[in-house]
Design a protein around this ligand. Structure first.
Ligand SMILES: Cc1ncc(COP(=O)(O)O)c(C=O)c1O
Length: 442
């Protein structure tokens, strides 16, 4: 039985007291990574409290990354939590069995304070009746309505709900568009989004490298160009107005479609995001949006606004494949959007990133050069490959996974590290930064 005692005279909710005490046990080393924890039912019985109290405590700790596991499969202390992270072990994590803590560019911070709203939305889904047959091939109409209004307001897209197609995320949207484009090469930014490169290759097409920071002046051999204009992935730059116009003019001249991956524009913490490229020339740009950064990548939900010329083919493709996100996910996201959950988690995450980004900069700026302006949940640092590799190995020995910039390049010779700060807890992030800075200073 865990040495816990909850104080009913303490004004803090019992679940949060519980989370606090377990966190202390991990930090003190009383509990270690991999230690199994009681189920919420057992814990509630041991402490003489309602099960919801134990659930709130476990939810909080899980969201902070201190514990892992789910109902039914058990719960245990997360790898990299506590003194293991603060005093890194030299043993590779495979020996300890503890999983690595990922400092990747794609994992968002989700504020656990909004967990009740999340549960409310899913309860609503469980009480709703699913469509009897195959539903609208473009996806749930009420959700498309909300998204069309929102994309108009926040991204400058003058669209109506029929223009929106719901997808199972950005790569699914990309696959849809590839399904209706000619079988010709696709140009992708380099450095660029690896999943886009692999998805294009899996479609049987060659990838043409577009140097990420240069204007696009030639798409003669490509049927499409995949770009991240709001926040170049992973160098961070916002595509300048002149380059936007050049890209559109090139695509128009060469008969190519622009694939705009707008993955994290809601997470600028300095200025408002520039309007989407698709707002300038909707008949040339396929706009790809995602819930992966604002809510969770595991939700597998995104949206596609395709150029009018592709829509009939896309509708036909969807009617044949039914390759739509699952109805419960669409229905839950509608409730989460309608009730302000999405806005609330985005606001909280933006505050967290704005606070963490300077901490990453303070640790790494003495040793590496920032690749571009920082927004969202990661920053990219330029440094020689051998030093980046050494720092990555040191991080790995201490239980952290950090990506190399080389993982995002094909012909570009830029090297360095891409450091994500959405996934780890504050303690984990500080421990990882200390290890990286120590290695880079050697
Ligand atoms: C550049 C970029 N685009 C899109 C996504 C999201 O992809 P998906 O919507 O398929 O989860 C990510 C996630 O890491 C990303 O880094």
């Amino acid at each position: 039985m865990l040495p816990l005692s909850l104080d009913r005279s303490d004004p803090r909710p019992l679940g949060l007291q519980l989370a606090d005490q377990v966190r202390r046990l991990v930090l003190a080393g009383t509990l270690s990574p991999g230690d199994r924890l009681p189920s919420t039912r057992r814990l509630a019985a041991d402490l003489g409290v309602a099960r919801s109290v134990a659930e709130q405590g476990w939810d909080q700790l899980r969201a902070e990354g201190w514990i892992e596991g789910r109902q039914g499969s058990g719960t245990w202390v997360a790898g990299g939590a506590g003194p293991v992270a603060a005093t890194p072990s030299r043993r590779p994590p495979t020996e300890t069995g503890a999983p690595l803590v990922h400092l990747d560019a794609g994992t968002p911070w989700i504020d656990p304070r909004h967990a009740a709203a999340w549960r409310r939305a899913w309860r609503e889904v469980s009480a709703a009746t699913p469509p009897r047959g195959y539903d609208d091939p473009r996806g749930l109409p009420v959700l498309r309505e909300l998204l069309a209004e929102r994309l108009g307001r926040t991204r400058g897209l003058a669209i109506d709900p029929d223009d929106v197609v719901l997808t199972a995320g950005t790569t699914a949207g990309l696959r849809h568009v590839l399904a209706v484009l000619p079988r010709e090469p696709v140009a992708v930014e380099d450095p660029g989004y690896r999943a886009a490169v692999l998805t294009v290759e899996e479609s049987g097409r060659a990838v043409v490298d577009l140097p990420a920071l240069e204007p696009v002046t030639d798409l003669a051999t490509a049927c499409a160009a995949y770009v991240t204009p709001a926040h170049q992935h992973p160098l961070g730059r916002v595509m300048p107005a002149e380059d936007r116009l050049t890209l559109l003019a090139t695509a128009r001249r060469d008969g190519a479609v622009v694939l705009e991956d707008d993955y994290d524009s809601e997470f600028r913490y300095d200025v408002a995001p520039v309007p989407a490229l698709a707002s300038l020339e909707p008949d040339l740009v396929a706009y790809l949006g995602t819930a992966s950064k604002s809510v969770a990548p595991s939700l597998r939900l995104g949206w596609l606004v395709a150029p009018r010329g592709l829509r009939d083919d896309l509708d036909r493709h969807r009617r044949i494949t039914h390759d739509a996100p699952a109805w419960p996910v669409q229905r839950a996201y509608w409730a989460l959007l309608r009730d302000g959950y999405v806005d609330a988690v985005v606001r909280s995450a933006r505050r967290t990133y704005a606070e963490r980004a300077p901490r990453v900069a303070a640790a790494l700026a003495p040793y590496a050069e920032l690749a571009g302006p920082v927004a969202g949940m990661y920053s990219t640092w330029l440094l020689p490959h051998d030093r980046a590799l050494r720092a990555r190995r040191a991080a790995q020995d201490a239980g952290f996974r950090v990506n190399l910039l080389a993982d995002y390049t094909r012909s570009s010779d830029l090297t360095g590290l891409v450091v994500g700060f959405g996934g780890p807890t504050d303690t984990q992030l500080d421990a990882a930064l200390a290890v990286l800075a120590r290695s880079l200073s050697e």
